[in-house]
Ligand binder design. Structure first.
Ligand code: MTE
Length: 320
């Protein structure tokens, strides 16, 4: 089981990432970003790295400094200033600024479809009803960069058990808020808004599939998907849909925003797989934000022991 630390184990006097360490991280982030753009970041970002949003608050509390494979946490400043959130902008450094002021409260999440007990949760219910624990997971973007993030959240399975999926339910479909006044990117005709993602029901029931409400011990900031997002650590980051308002149990495979936009490039499964290249670049290696050089990408992002059983007998090249 990947690192799961109960919130009861988080002691106030514990780890505060030092400012010095943070500055080292940001320096390396800027350097790595320069290399990324030099070799042509697949999505055309100039990736200048951290911006003013990167200020490190003094009240960050995490009980871990490394993940279960011994990798260091990515600094808070980088996690909150280098983002993919196309509803704001396609510029990773631009998201945090544009997302300031995004109204993530009040917020409700509707959970329904093929279930016996449909429910609408207020975000505050979700924060108090389900015990929030720190979960340190790696996030591997399909673009070839990665981070290690201490999320706060709980297993998606806890919500699903409560609504009781019927025997017909085979998949879970997630939807981001649609509000083009607040989310200027939704005025662009390039994509089918709102952002949609999906999981097979057995994937969704795996304990690693996480509903995150925070990171680094604080509520999620808008750029990271406030107030409530999915985190699926063994899949490419685009499966980890942000700012969710609707979760629906369905009997047919949902078509995600990325499947609709480029079906030859983005499949439903999107499991991290170093052996299956993206049609336009290799997936064999990745750049960990804050590090120089590239490191090997691990099958299922390193979580094979926990999730490989879900895909036994499947051709993972065909089901990419
Ligand atoms: N969710 C929504 N609604 N819109 C997005 O553009 N981008 C995805 C995912 N979730 C995205 C989204 C991609 S490509 C990645 S890599 C992760 O969010 C990035 O999460 P982060 O910005 O918190 O690191």
């Amino acid at each position: 089981m990947a690192t799961k630390i109960n919130s009861s184990e988080i002691t106030p006097e514990h780890i505060y990432l030092s400012r010095r360490k943070f500055m080292v991280g940001i320096g390396a982030l800027a350097a790595s970003a320069a290399v990324l753009s030099a070799c042509g970041n697949q999505f055309g970002s100039t990736a200048s790295g951290a911006n003013a949003q990167a200020a490190q608050p003094d009240d960050l509390k995490v009980s871990a400094t490394i993940d279960e494979l011994g990798d260091e946490l990515t600094p808070f400043g980088a996690v909150t200033s280098y983002n993919n959130f196309y509803e704001f902008t396609t510029s990773k450094e631009g998201v945090a600024g544009l997302a300031q002021g995004f109204k993530s409260s009040p917020w409700q999440v509707e959970v329904g479809g093929l279930v016996n007990k449909p429910k609408t949760y207020d975000i505050d219910d979700l924060r108090t009803k389900f015990s929030q624990e720190e979960r340190v997971y790696r996030l591997r973007c399909v673009e070839g960069w990665s981070m290690v993030i201490p999320w706060l959240g709980f297993s998606l399975s806890e919500v699903l058990k409560e609504v009781e999926p019927t025997a017909q339910a085979k998949y879970v479909r997630f939807e981001t808020i649609y509000d083009s006044d607040q989310l200027p990117g939704q005025n662009s005709g390039w994509y089918n808004w709102p952002y949609v993602e999906g999981l097979r029901l057995d994937e969704a029931m795996n304990p690693l599939a996480t509903m995150a409400t925070g990171l680094y011990g604080k509520d999620l900031l808008p750029q990271n998907g406030a107030p409530f997002r999915l985190v699926v650590p063994w899949k490419y980051g685009f499966k980890s849909i942000k700012s969710i308002v609707k979760i629906e149990l369905v009997d047919t495979m949902p078509v995600s925003l990325w499947m609709a936009a480029a079906p030859n490039e983005y499949g439903f499964y999107a499991n991290v797989n170093p052996e299956v290249p993206h049609p336009r670049w290799s997936q064999a290696t990745e750049r960990r934000i804050g590090e120089f050089g590239r490191r090997d990408t691990l099958p299922f992002n390193g979580y094979g022991d926990e999730v490989a059983y879900l895909y036994e007998g499947m051709d993972l090249r065909e089901n990419f």
